[in-house]
Design a protein around this ligand. Structure first.
Ligand SMILES: Cc1ncc(COP(=O)(O)O)c(C=O)c1O
Length: 386
């Protein structure tokens, strides 16, 4: 396998699940080992030194962890029962009186959790007003900031942050950079190569891709102190994913590259279509040449711009909700990264202070035929905005 060409490596790694063959049976997919505990021999030695009790680690999760680490070009991965559990485990490595920098506009579940967590623990949280690297750099305090959070492109506003520029500044300040790579996916962006220290995923989304598993992941370059603390946190706080979820995730990831390539190609065509639609007042997609983050995205997203986009319906909440409601093929539901296209009116779900516009619809583009998706968007937008 060519490690020189990351796309080639990712496609093959995902499809073969890191070349898994079960040595006991010859099976080419991993068996589902449900045991929570692992036996010792007559000298009280573990039969397999790697496994004691499944709250620490288990054979059920290791293949999926290996694949995600490889996809991200990382050395180690820890799987979690959800993206939020991964986020919580990372943040719990911060001490009281630490300083954390995060974007004000990000997946709001992360923002809400961070705000409450920092408040409870006495951590000083700076939410930066925009996603520009210069804003981040101004907010980073040398030897005081311990964690810098990046989400690029962000959900749902599609803000883009220059990961390399922020990582360089954070490194100089001795702060760790965490990149939530859920929307970009490792197919298009590999934050560790851009200088980030930790990559975090809601594996619920494109990694699994079938809207049937909740999972999260943390990836680092190599086993280090921070990973040890996150691992300890996972084990002691009991945040291990279930056996079946880990197995389903591995199965979902086998088609990761084809799904994400197709969905991103659909998204690019849809973004262009929406841009010229008379019922649309602006499209947020980093692949559009006139979008705010396009130049940075061209540098940091290789070969595509992802399957997530957002657009402003002419009018307000009434027209946006009417358009979502009129869609026949695209389902109104939360979440992103599945094989089916989903639309969501985030303003209905997020608190006012997150600033998501009333006329914004977020579209998670799936792998359907793009002409059918465009037809559905056209009829729903035309009927909603008169
Ligand atoms: C960008 C991003 N990060 C994190 C999460 C949280 O992941 P989970 O729902 O798997 O806990 C989400 C969920 O939508 C998300 O979109």
């Amino acid at each position: 396998m060519s490690e020189q060409d990351p796309k080639r490596f990712i496609r093959t790694t995902a499809a073969t699940a890191s070349h898994f063959v079960d040595v006991n049976t010859g099976g080419i997919v991993p068996p589902i080992q449900t045991s929570t505990t692992f036996a010792r021999d007559d000298r009280y030695e573990l039969l397999n030194a790697a496994h004691t009790y499944s709250r620490d680690t288990s054979p059920a999760i290791i293949p999926a962890e290996r694949v995600i680490a490889d996809l991200e070009g990382g050395g180690e991965c820890l799987l979690f029962p959800s993206g939020m559990a991964a986020i919580a485990a990372i943040c719990r490595t911060c001490q009281s009186r630490d300083h954390v920098v995060a974007p004000g506009s990000m997946y709001w579940g992360t923002r809400v959790w961070l705000e409450k967590f920092c408040d409870r623990r006495g951590i000083d949280l700076t939410l930066v007003e925009d996603a520009d690297a210069s804003t981040y750099i101004d907010a980073i305090r040398p030897h005081e900031t311990s964690l810098v959070w990046i989400e690029s492109p962000s959900n749902p506003m599609m803000n883009v942050t220059d990961i390399a520029a922020v990582s360089q500044a954070a490194k100089a300040a001795k702060a760790l950079v965490v990149a939530d790579n859920t929307a970009a996916t490792p197919l298009f962006t590999r934050p560790l190569e851009l200088g980030a220290d930790i990559v975090m995923h809601s594996a619920t989304k494109s990694l699994n891709g079938h809207s049937d598993v909740l999972a999260g992941a943390v990836v680092v370059r190599e086993n280090n102190d921070v990973l040890a603390r996150i691992r300890e946190e996972r084990s002691e706080a009991g945040a291990m994913p279930g056996t079946f979820e880990a197995w389903l995730l591995l199965r979902g990831m086998r088609t990761f590259a084809v799904r994400v390539e197709r969905a991103a190609s659909n998204a690019a065509k849809i973004a262009e279509f929406l841009q010229s639609h008379p019922s649309v007042d602006g499209v947020r997609y980093p692949g559009l040449p006139d979008s705010a983050g396009h130049e940075i995205s061209r540098r940091q997203m290789k070969g595509g711009f992802g399957s997530l986009l957002a657009f402003h319906v002419k009018g307000g909440a009434k027209q946006a909700l009417a358009a979502a409601g009129a869609m026949q093929l695209i389902t109104s539901a939360t979440s992103i990264g599945g094989v089916e296209s989903l639309v969501e009116h985030r303003h209905s779900l997020e608190p006012e202070r997150t600033g998501v516009p009333q006329n914004l619809l977020r579209l998670s583009v799936g792998i359907e035929d793009v002409n059918d998706l465009i037809e559905d968007l056209d009829q729903s937008l035309t009927s909603a905005v008169r």
